[in-house]
Design a protein around this ligand. Sequence first.
Ligand code: G6P
Length: 359
Amino acid sequence: FLASTGRHRDHMGNEIDEQPAVARRVLDVFTPGIADGRLWGGAGLPPLDEIDRVTILGCGTSLHAGRAVAGVFSRLGGLPTRTLVASEAAHEVWEPRTLVIALSQSGETADVLRALDGLPERDRTLLALTNNPSSTLARRADAVLDCLAGPEIGVAATKTFIAQVLTGACLALSGLSASARADGLAIDGDLRALAATPDALAAALDAWRGRAAELATEFVTSPGFLFLGRGSGLVYAAEGALKLKELSYRWTEHQPAGELKHGPLALVDAGTPVFVVDNGDPRLEVDVAEIHARGGRVLRVGERVLTVGGLPLHLPRTGPSWGPLETVVPLQMFARELALRLRRDVDKPRNLAKSVTVA
Ligand code: G6P
């Protein structure tokens, strides 16, 4: 796939716009192998019923993608699933019958490769989920899945995040389809949500193009931003906070909304911007009321009704097991718009590299 050439002067803007097309490509390739378990088996993975636990590791945005994928294994399959920050995996105790999924768009991140040094040779399977199937990580893995994002030039990962979440979700659904652990009805719901994803991403882009720019103008002098979510929405709050800090150099913090009252609420004052990722959890209404009561500005992402081709598309109240993926789009757009207003280089944020190959 060619690097994107689009209507923006920066790569990041074009890569954000490309996300619905990337999602379509991933789903065209991987969806046919879900229902019969072919995607899972074809990758050379042992049947899911021979696996006792899943450990997912990565850094930065890939770690967040891994957390979203973990939700599919745990929510739909009831599998014990952990996510590990790769740089903290040194003293990990690896148990037998573990599926290890290492996510890295470059496949060259030193922290990820080093985390695998401690992995036992036997009784585990290592799957690489990467945008570079000829990378060092891919060569070290027992199985490789290419997330098909195409070249990503912007240092801040955007379309590789979408591609990793969807590829990982397809893989997990494929393994679960052939497994006794699975909840068939829930899988059907997730398959419908998968099919709707490209349109949901496109609708989020359309809905937020003007709004992200307006909000960036309004909050250009704000020193800090809070990002809240619950359950499956939390990982998108984390990704939004990461995007905003790396691009704008503003302080950001993400928290499970239930933790507000245990500390972060002290940060909320008149006008404090607080992004709330709505995954349909009714408890978020109480969280939003708490912020309003302190004068905070609630910026909600995750409309439950999107307009696609002029028609309303109703998203399920509870959402799919990987969470409200489309909510990352407005968060990426806001981060870019704010950074542009602050005259930051959105493709090359200071102090950061696309791929960190030294530990
Ligand atoms: C760097 C990049 C991040 C990226 C992380 C992991 O820190 O700046 O955008 O998420 O590495 O990269 P990987 O190639 O392993 O996905």
